[in-house]
Design a protein around this ligand. Sequence first.
Ligand SMILES: [Zn+2]
Length: 604
Amino acid sequence: MNYRIPEQTIDQIRQSTDIVDVISEYVQLKKQGRNYFGLCPFHGESTPSFSVSQEKQIYHCFGCGAGGSAFNFIMEIEGVSFVEAAQKLAKSSNVEVEVPEYTATEQTGQSKETKWMMDAHLLLHKFYHHLLLNTKEGQEAYDYVTGRGFTDETLKKFGVGYALNSWDFALKFLTKRGYNQQLLEKAGLLIEKEHTAEYFDRFRNRIMFPIHDHKGNVIAFSGRVLGEGEPKYLNSPETPLFNKSKILYNFHQARPHIRKQEQVILFEGFADVIAADGAGLPNGIATMGTSLTEDQARIIRRHVENVTICYDGDNAGIEAAYRAANILIQQGCYVRIAMMPDKMDPDDYIRSKGSDSFKQDVIGASLTFMAFKLRYLRKGRNMKDEGERMRYVEDVLKEISMLTKAVERDHYLRQLADEFSISLDALKQQQFQVYKSLMQKKDYNEQNRINIPNKPKIFTQALKPAYLNAERYLLAHMLKDRTVSEKVQASIEGSFIIEEHRAIATYLYAFYEEGYEPNISIFMERIPEQSLKKIISELGMLTLEEELSDAVLHDYMKQVFNYPKLLTIKEKEQDKKQAEAQNDYLGAAQIAMEIIQMKKELKQ
Ligand SMILES: [Zn+2]
């Protein structure tokens, strides 16, 4: 293979990289026995079937079959070339790599147009940021943001900037640098004056907040009006770069903190994220002016199980929190709700009551989803009214019935009994009735499953023909032991029955002949076919006996080698019977001879 980075450097990167660290940046992994498990980032799932072997430095998904080395993982998840994956891994493991500039851009999966749009955003973002921090033109804006409690550190961390009060600043700034106006319009930075082919700046006289994708590229902006005015926040429109339903604000910066704390805080707006970061909570993210989508929930769940939702304290915020919680729970998250006192938003709260109070009295005092629901169900009800009260109790009993833990059910039943002075036994009976009627409703289990802990699937080997297992175990042993491979090559060489297995064996013989030591991770990087990589990574995850005895080895080879011949013998035996039935004794004798010969050729 012709790497543009010297093989030696690749080796160096490989040696200073641990696949568990690499993948943990994207997937929350938990150790189970020898391997690590998590939710597959390549297909949607709610129970972990994605496994990582530290020992072998490979990953494999038992659900969709994805598999490979740390290099393969980065290539797949970031959609980049081998060279770029190597550069990324080199960066995180502090290995120096020199790659000519053109190689990097030439090989990215992005189209030229996408790249231009991103470059334009980056350029403009840098300039806006500079204007705010260092210039006279940005002074008023700077005073305004610092007056609202932003420190220089925060302004830098979130790349906050200022867009001049001008109709054509961005237009001139970018076209002078060769960017085409139509493209800038498509990127959401300019607006066209109704089909006149005349363009002007979208953002004018606003505090500019860059929005990054999950890799950290600037792909959009949100501009806050300076002082009063409408709209308070102006966002970039949906563009080829910016898909609101998939982007989570600050995800790129929060990711390592989310991982470390095994906890994420979900806010409604990006201003809350920035305020919370200033208050010492760097694991906050937000949706971009839309309600939480399933896509976003899936991204969150892949990284973390525990989510604290901290939305505004007004009615809309409470409704939105309730909806978001349900979406997250469906994806398998444990959700808590941090309640904001009367109609405040987190940003206001932190500014008026301080960081410590926010951490302790809001985030620290968050409610379980059940406790939140009890409050939620009370909303708008006159609890002094007997009828309303009874309907409330009934609604609560429904919620209690959906809890999977008896202890929890008991806890809330007692609480309810105390609060409304109802006998606990009566409540229990009523709850059981509710439970029964819920169970009778079709699909109840499918739709209302709540907080069922995620356990890795237990992978039972379905019954497979003997030769198939034999081939798999042969290859698995060959992958970790060169002598086994040599023995198989000498004895049955390409006689694998499954075509993919034959291909893998052929690659492996060549790999060893080139002088490589057994290393499934390196081996996989050299396999061009995705379909083969899937099989190899799965084989890599098989648990093998330490030593393969000659007897077992021989038995495996025998099964593989003999299987097609046994099939032919069976056919011949049928032919022979038929010949006999037709009184063709000569023909039958002829076939019998062939059978004897074939039996001799079988491995014993
Ligand atoms: Zn998968």
